[in-house]
Design a protein around this ligand. Structure first.
Ligand code: ACM
Length: 783
């Protein structure tokens, strides 16, 4: 091949970047063919709809409104006999009837065709939903200012020429919003729906009831909102801090507001799936009507109360006739409000404590021949499956409803992983995929030390994008049961609409593309190239989207000289990384990072950020501290291997980076296993102190070890103990880092062994009782 000159390469690269930005549609269409020419919208442009096309008129008005508001251009909407042979006509944007023969294509309800060239624009779909999606794509072909709610200056409203044929991959492309942990007004719910529609999402799952608040007016049971929609306070800081804010929180939607939101969503082709939680997450209902519990008071002996404590609660609905008729009444009012085919009945995280202690439940289980409380839960769910099926509805339940036997007509929402969805499909049930590891947008999206408080986890944009919703283990027939994918937005840590938007965007853009775009077209680099234009759109829409995509990640490794070499990475290929080593904030003048990495020779920190070519800082500053000692860079052997948590690399325990209290990902984690490590220092070495740390985060099942021991050896076989430490505070709850330092008093040895005995099974009073505890340890330092 002929060598291409650097200049030519540059030219080609910038052309492809421009081409990319020109057609920056998210989610990516199935087929997009560039066409020569550009259409310019000006005051002479007409919008044409078919005669009597009332649905097309609504769409035409949406387009006209955008152009007026953002561009000050007032377009006339004309009704005309739109010809079948759809070639763009002079100066017109035409909502055209779709004819199979003309296009030589079959279109489903959501499919569309969009043709643009210098002469005109045609939008066609077999239904108005398809045409609505054609309109979304057209808006994304216009300059991003089209989304501005105020007049923008000096924008030429051009549309690049192309022919698009588009069709979604999955039927269900959704997002759940939890309005119980924090209440959000109907106006924000509408905005949330607008943003879903912009991304061609078609389902809004409205999580309306939970322990922390009942948010839907039920006429027959007014106390549900009088009492159940209010709580006296909420948790402050992280759950693990165990603190409260002392501030009342409440709110609910009247049935009128709900009807209004449902009608609004319909115009945006979004079906709302209401969720009424049962049999767990029921405290708000129990506080309103205590007779729905198995006991008159909570299991703690106090009156039932709408709680401000996050998590899972033992007080649940009793499977009594009273509860069943109450919930039937509630659901009767719910289905009158929501015309969609599905009602979500929850079913997750229902502890069986109350039922185990209840004579009523034990007698009921005997009478119904139910072998355990899981079957009792299944009995509960099956009752409401039957009830709702008789009313022409279908139920969706979280994947726990598989336990004790799946209800005949249930669709499974797979959240604890993909196993639930897989099992459902294998049993010929439909499933919607929402696994925590890819779809929980309440998880951190960047290094937790740089992010606002979130529940935990780590789910950056690229990880969301990498998700493949159809499990490989399914046969093609079973795979048809995977209806689609959904982003779940639990709001314990999201008090405001702005914060919800921060957590949801741009990660929901990735979910939208997973749900819509054909698997073979998925390409993260291509997605992020389009995303940069999309960020502009979100900016004009006033969305408080996260720029965490531009954040830097750091990893460290050792060179041959046993020095720590820090490697910095930006997800954005065009960004320039700049850093400092003197604790100052990086600026456009700071050192430019080179791919060979930064060698760290002494204790200290590195601070880095991504910058644009123009010198603007794009993301947050990342600061990492390094501790350089005799163990740094040493390899070691482990009797048990860590699971999931490796500190980011193979030798994470001696990489010079300490685990951080706020960031689980910086630790080395062992599930149910002991730490048993031996470091070979290469030669007998004078030892003064051996130090390391453990993380305690009881709420995350991370417990301090029962005991730890450091011993040394010169042959790697016979070890002498330096100190054995019994940990006395293993049952405390608060999140903390426990530092351990063992004096070696100048002893010489080649091998150092560090042992820590895992806590074992989680104790009786722990929500995860009986499961193995995690042991988190980091940075073994030898001085
Ligand atoms: C869930 O996240 N508890 C469904």
């Amino acid at each position: 091949m002929k060598k291409i000159s650097g200049y030519l390469w540059l030219l080609m690269l910038s052309f492809s970047a421009i081409a990319q930005n020109k057609y920056a549609i998210i989610p990516k269409p199935l087929e997009l063919t560039p066409v020569n020419g550009t259409f310019v919208i000006d005051a002479q442009t007409r919008i044409i709809i078919p005669k009597g096309g009332s649905e097309q008129r609504l769409l035409a008005e949406m387009l006209a409104e955008r152009l007026t508001e953002a561009g000050g251009v007032n377009l006339k909407i004309e009704e005309a006999d739109v010809p079948d042979n759809l070639i763009p006509t002079h100066k017109a944007i035409v909502f055209a009837p779709f004819k199979e023969q003309v296009y030589n294509k079959m279109l489903g309800n959501e499919d569309y065709i969009l043709k643009t060239d210098a002469k005109g624009i045609i939008l066609a779909g077999a239904s108005s939903q398809g045409e609505f999606y054609a309109l979304q794509s057209l808006l994304q072909l216009l300059p991003p200012q089209i989304f501005s709610s105020t007049l923008t200056k000096d924008v030429k409203w051009t549309v690049p020429g192309c022919t698009v044929f588009d069709r979604p991959r999955y039927k269900h492309r959704g997002s759940m919003l939890d309005v119980s942990r924090h209440f959000f007004p109907a106006s924000f719910v509408k905005r949330y729906i607008d943003l879903l529609a912009l991304h061609k999402m078609n389902r809004f799952h409205w999580h309306l009831t939970d322990d922390q608040g009942w948010r839907i007016e039920i006429k027959k049971y007014p106390k549900l909102t009088e009492i159940g929609s209010k709580r006296k306070e909420s948790m402050k800081g992280h759950y693990t801090d165990g603190k409260f804010d002392g501030t009342p929180h409440g709110g609910f939607y009247t049935q009128e507001e709900i009807k209004d939101v449902v009608a609004y969503a319909k115009k945006k082709f979004i079906t709302i799936i209401p969720e009424i939680e049962m049999p767990g997450h029921a405290l708000a209902a129990l506080a309103s009507y205590p007779e729905l519990g198995c006991t008159a008071k909570s299991l703690k002996g106090t009156p039932y109360e709408v709680t401000g404590i996050w998590g899972v609660h033992d007080d649940v609905f009793c499977p009594s006739e009273k509860t069943f008729s109450f919930l039937e009444d509630v659901l009767t009012e719910v289905i009158a409000l929501f015309p969609g085919e599905y009602v979500h009945i929850g079913g997750d995280e229902c502890p069986k404590t109350a039922w185990k202690q209840s004579q009523f439940c034990q007698d009921l289980m005997k009478k119904e021949g139910l072998k355990d409380e899981h079957e009792l839960q299944s009995y509960f769910i099956k009752h409401f499956d039957k009830f709702l099926t008789a009313k022409g509805k279908k139920i969706i339940g979280w994947d726990e409803i598989l336990e004790g036997g799946i209800s005949p007509n249930a669709t499974i929402m797979s959240w604890r992983g993909v196993e639930g969805g897989t099992a459902a499909a294998q049993q010929n049930h439909d499933a919607i995929m929402t696994p925590t590891g890819f779809c929980y947008l309440d998880y951190y999206q960047s290094d937790p030390t740089t992010e606002p408080l979130a529940i935990g986890g780590y789910l950056p944009l690229d990880k969301v994008y990498s998700y493949e919703p159809t499990p490989k283990s399914l046969t093609p027939e079973q795979a048809k049961h995977i209806l689609g994918v959904q982003a779940n937005v639990w709001t314990e840590y999201m008090q405001t609409p702005e914060y919800v938007e921060y957590m949801v965007y741009p990660r929901a853009c990735a979910i939208a593309e997973i749900g819509w775009t054909s698997a073979r077209l998925k390409d993260y680099e291509d997605f992020t190239a389009r995303l940069k234009t999309h960020f502009e759109r979100l900016k004009y829409l006033g969305v408080n989207y996260a720029r965490s995509y531009y954040d830097i990640s750091a990893s460290s490794a050792m060179n041959e000289k046993k020095q720590v070499v820090v490697k910095l990475k930006s997800a954005d290929k065009e960004a320039i990384i700049r850093y400092t080593l003197d604790n100052s904030e990086p600026t456009a003048q700071s050192l430019q990072y080179q791919p060979s990495g930064v060698v760290i020779t002494q204790d200290g920190s590195i601070s880095a950020a991504a910058f644009s070519q123009k010198g603007e800082r794009l993301g947050k500053v990342l600061t990492k501290y390094f501790y350089i000692n005799k163990a740094t860079g040493r390899k070691y052997t482990l009797v048990n291997q860590p699971k999931n948590y490796t500190g980011g690399e193979t030798y994470g325990l001696t990489n010079g980076v300490k685990g951080e209290a706020a960031n689980s990902a910086t630790w080395i984690g062992f599930e149910g296993k002991d730490l048993d490590l031996t470091i070979d220092l290469g030669q007998p070495t004078t030892l003064n102190k051996i130090s390391f740390a453990f993380l305690r985060a009881s709420a995350s099942w991370i417990m301090l070890p029962k005991e730890a021991e450091v011993s040394v050896s010169n042959d790697g076989k016979t070890f002498t103990s330096l100190q054995k430490i019994t940990m006395g505070n293993t049952d405390e709850q608060s999140r903390a880092v426990q530092q351990i330092g063992v004096a070696a008093n100048g002893k010489k040895a080649r091998y150092v062994r560090v042992f820590a005995r895992n806590y074992g099974k989680l104790p009786e009073n722990h929500p995860g009782h009986g499961n193995p505890a995690w042991l988190f340890v980091d940075e073994i330092a030898i001085e």
